[in-house]
Design a protein around this ligand. Structure first.
Ligand SMILES: Cc1cc2nc3c(=O)[nH]c(=O)nc-3n(C[C@H](O)[C@H](O)[C@H](O)COP(=O)(O)OP(=O)(O)OC[C@H]3O[C@@H](n4cnc5c(N)ncnc54)[C@H](O)[C@@H]3O)c2cc1C
Length: 188
């Protein structure tokens, strides 16, 4: 059993991951326990080691779903349907804007080439045929601006706005790309 320390500042609703990016069950249950027991916000830097039995009891307490809603054999995974075009789109834009927001401010020629390649390949494999076709066309006519983080993020915003326009949705003000996808709104 792992004695990993929970991350600070993550809400009880989140799944917690350790520094290697792996799901941390003890951390998640510990945080949930804190919420349930009203101890959220108290020190979480040195939690007592969590015993198997405790985790099992907490899992049972947390599981309020009928078992028919869960994947057979699992106490964790709900039977979710495959994503439709909207769910896929929203998740994909989140990924693409986040990638752009983490792109280096001064990328090397190699990083620029990699990013161009990635976006080209993305437009070929995106699992919505007509979305992919249009995105591929957009990329051909508007080569991704991979010179810097700022330029790539604005390019991404404009590419997204092109789709928004096609779908009759409002245009997003690209002046706010950084607040939306990198820094948050605290400083606005
Ligand atoms: C490459 C690609 C092509 C697509 N093509 C199609 C298509 O042809 N037909 C179709 O029906 N759907 C398409 N989609 C899906 C579509 O764009 C939406 O994702 C989907 O309609 C769900 O919309 P949503 O309201 O959840 O918000 P989304 O458009 O998914 O946006 C998610 C969030 O991003 C932020 N945001 C919105 N616009 C911008 C912007 N310009 N810049 C930065 N942030 C922004 C907002 O905070 C918004 O809440 C495509 C998705 C992708 C990734």
């Amino acid at each position: 059993m792992s004695n990993e320390t929970p991350d600070q500042g993550v809400t009880f609703k989140s799944l917690l991951f350790n520094e290697n990016g792996k799901f941390c069950l003890p951390c998640t249950l510990y945080k949930s326990f804190q919420y349930i027991s009203g101890t959220t916000g108290k020190s979480v830097t040195s939690p007592a080691p969590i015993q198997e039995e405790t985790i099992s009891k907490q899992s049972t307490a947390l599981s309020t779903l009928p078992s028919s809603d869960l994947i057979p054999g699992s106490r964790t995974y709900v039977k979710e349907d495959p994503p439709d075009v909207n769910k896929l789109g929203s998740a994909s834009w989140t990924f693409l804007h986040a990638v752009a927001a983490k792109y280096p401010e001064k990328p090397t020629p190699f990083q620029q080439e990699e990013m161009s390649d990635f976006l080209n390949i993305f437009s070929h494999v995106y699992p919505c045929f007509w979305c992919a076709k249009d995105f591929e066309k957009y990329i051909k006519e508007n080569a991704p601006n991979v010179k810097s983080q700022e330029e790539l993020s604005i390019w991404m915003c404009q590419a997204h706005n092109k789709v928004n326009k096609k779908l009759g949705k409002a245009q997003f003000n690209c002046d706010f790309w950084k607040a939306r996808w990198k820094d948050g709104w605290d400083e606005q």
